[in-house]
Design a binder for this molecule. Structure first.
Ligand code: HEM
Ligand SMILES: *[C@@H]1O[C@H](CO)[C@@H](O)[C@H](O)[C@H]1NC(C)=O
Ligand SMILES: *[C@@H]1O[C@H](CO)[C@@H](O)[C@H](O)[C@H]1NC(C)=O
Ligand SMILES: *[C@@H]1O[C@H](CO)[C@@H](O)[C@H](O)[C@H]1NC(C)=O
Ligand SMILES: *[C@@H]1O[C@H](CO)[C@@H](O)[C@H](O)[C@H]1NC(C)=O
Length: 478
């Protein structure tokens, strides 16, 4: 009996040894890569204490606020060094905060792949413009760039104006009340703007913030940022079992069903009514505009380099990307701006003054004539100090550069500028240089004797009186 017991033990031990060996072999490549990186990066200063495998995870506490403060403090501490590192679990990150090191990353197409934490955006945003790389990114970027052309953007102005007016109406109710947190109001406005411009769909976020979609966007940003910071939430098979992972999937579903519906609706409208040109006013498409092109319309009709239409999934990932990137960022920027202006009344006063100069005061009825007075324009001391002094150096290339192209417009400017300006300059140069190669000119009138007459062009009342002298004689005199 004892004999069989020993055999059994032997079998168990060998099985355990074999299993352990397999496990070690399986994680060997990962382990040796990790040890290699750990050793090479040892001299780079980093946040301490730092432990094998868990890295700095203990200092970087779960709340986003602590994480950021800790990181910011450390960059100050290591400001005198070119860079520092942190270990997020077993994954090392170089932390950059000097122009020289940042240039090394941003100035080359070698480093265009997004870092590992962007992977957590993939379930939601797929590999849209923000998260994709390589050839896919290149062809998408080329496809999407024209959507941000000035003329298309100016069509969006109407949406932005309308939504800002709604925001003002909402905020008027708060006038002279106690302080309140404005962030959500700003965000909902930005959401309405991106939704109508990117998807051609009004979501009425400002009037109804309780929408599932809007709540889900919010939860999702939080959830993703937590996951990026906390290594134990990284493995997919574990994450989906946790309450947090379930919450993630629930919100993911809400977000995708919403964009799914919008894309279908829009695709159907285009199918039924042809492309956007004769779009009648409807709530799905924005109110008055006849041919505003939503970003989504462009995606629906676009073809890539090889002439293929974008797939449904391709379209959704770009729409999801733009819905997120296109409101979260601007909302935060406007929020911070309000904070800074609200904390610096003297700066705010200047902004108010500038706004009144641009918008306030003067209203101009439609159809009024505009008269540009070049004589006065060209004597603006802001651009031409001591304008009555004859100083041709004002027009040296180095003096022209940086000056508004509308400060000096003898040939007018823009669409209706003088078609003959090169001819004119050429003729003037030839005739004047020929005269001056033969004569010395002496003007007989003083400036105030000229008598300016503003006819179609500016003339001297009694003409220009000159004396001609021998050129060589005058030059030798001096
Ligand atoms: C204050 C406003 C904004 C700021 C500060 C900002 C900043 C940035 C930054 C820093 C990046 C590079 C991100 C990275 O390297 O991962 C980026 C990329 C991007 N942004 Fe913005 N952004 C703003 C507004 C917007 C808006 C309004 C949209 C869309 C309507 C948008 C869409 C995108 C997209 C699609 C990318 C990825 C581009 C690519 O990889 O080709 N952003 N933005
Ligand atoms: C607000 O949105 C919720 C959820 O989508 C919806 O049930 C409700 O009817 C909306 N309320 C208004 C006033 O539109
Ligand atoms: C918005 O700005 C306030 C300062 O006015 C700041 O406390 C708050 O954290 C900001 N919110 C976001 C989400 O950026
Ligand atoms: C124009 O440029 C010249 C040479 O660069 C400089 O000496 C002069 O002060 C400039 N004049 C004006 C009016 O800016
Ligand atoms: C040039 O004209 C002015 C004004 O008529 C006169 O005073 C001056 O003597 C003239 N100079 C020469 C060199 O003739």
């Amino acid at each position: 009996m004892a004999y069989t017991g020993e055999v059994q033990l032997l079998v168990w031990v060998s099985a355990a040894v074999i299993l352990l060996t397999i496990l070690v072999i399986a994680i060997m490549p990962f382990l040796s890569d990790y040890i290699h990186k750990w050793n090479i990066m040892r001299p780079i200063p980093g946040v301490s204490p730092c432990f094998p495998l868990i890295g700095n995870a203990l200092q970087f506490k779960p709340s986003g606020r602590d994480f950021f403060c800790e990181l910011a403090e450390n960059t100050e501490k290591f400001r005198h060094l070119p860079l520092m590192k942190i270990w997020a679990g077993p994954v090392p990150f170089l932390i950059l905060y000097h122009a020289e090191t940042v240039e090394a990353i941003l100035s080359t197409s070698k480093h265009m792949d997004k870092a590992f934490p962007y992977k957590f955006f993939h379930p939601w945003l797929g590999t849209g413009l923000l998260t994709s790389t390589g050839e896919k990114w290149r062809s998408r970027r080329k496809l999407i760039t024209p959507t941000f052309h000035f003329t298309i953007l100016s069509e969006f102005l109407e949406v932005m104006n309308e939504q800002s007016r709604i925001l003002v109406e909402k905020l008027k109710k708060r006038l002279d009340e106690d302080a309140f947190n404005c962030f959500m109001d700003i965000t909902l406005c930005a959401l309405d703007i991106i939704s109508e411009t990117a998807m051609g769909k009004k979501i009425h976020a400002q009037s109804n913030s309780s929408s599932e979609y809007i709540q889900a966007i919010y939860k999702m940003s939080d959830i993703l940022h937590r996951r990026q910071r906390l290594p134990w939430l990284w493995p997919n098979f574990l994450y989906s079992k946790l309450a947090e992972g379930k919450e993630h999937n629930k919100n993911l579903h809400i977000l995708h069903s919403f964009t799914d519906t919008v894309i279908r609706e829009r695709a159907n409208i285009i199918k039924e009514q042809g492309l956007v040109e004769e779009q009648p006013s409807s709530d799905v498409y924005s109110s008055k505009s006849k041919k505003r092109n939503a970003f989504l319309d462009m995606l629906l009709s676009a073809t890539d380099d090889s002439g293929n239409k974008l797939s449904y999934k391709d379209i959704r990932e770009e729409v999801d990307t733009f819905m997120f990137e296109g409101h979260d960022t601007t909302a935060a920027a406007m929020n911070w701006s309000l904070y800074l202006l609200g904390s610096h009344p003297e700066v705010q006063r200047n902004v108010h003054k500038e706004l009144d100069e641009v918008f306030g005061g003067f209203h101009v009825p439609k159809g009024v004539n505009a008269l540009i007075i070049p004589y006065a324009l060209h004597r603006d001391p802001e651009y031409f100090p001591e304008p009555e002094e004859f100083r041709p150096e004002r027009f040296f290339p180095e003096n022209i550069s940086g000056r508004s192209p509308y400060a000096y417009v003898p040939f007018s400017a823009g669409l209706r500028n003088c078609i003959g300006q090169r001819f004119a300059l050429m003729e003037e140069k030839v005739v004047l240089s020929t005269l001056l190669r033969n004569f010395w000119i002496n003007a007989s009138q003083k400036r105030e004797e000229l008598g300016l007459v503003g006819e179609l062009i500016l003339r001297p009342q009694a003409g220009i009186w000159i004396q001609l002298k021998d050129r060589e004689e005058m030059l030798n005199k001096a």
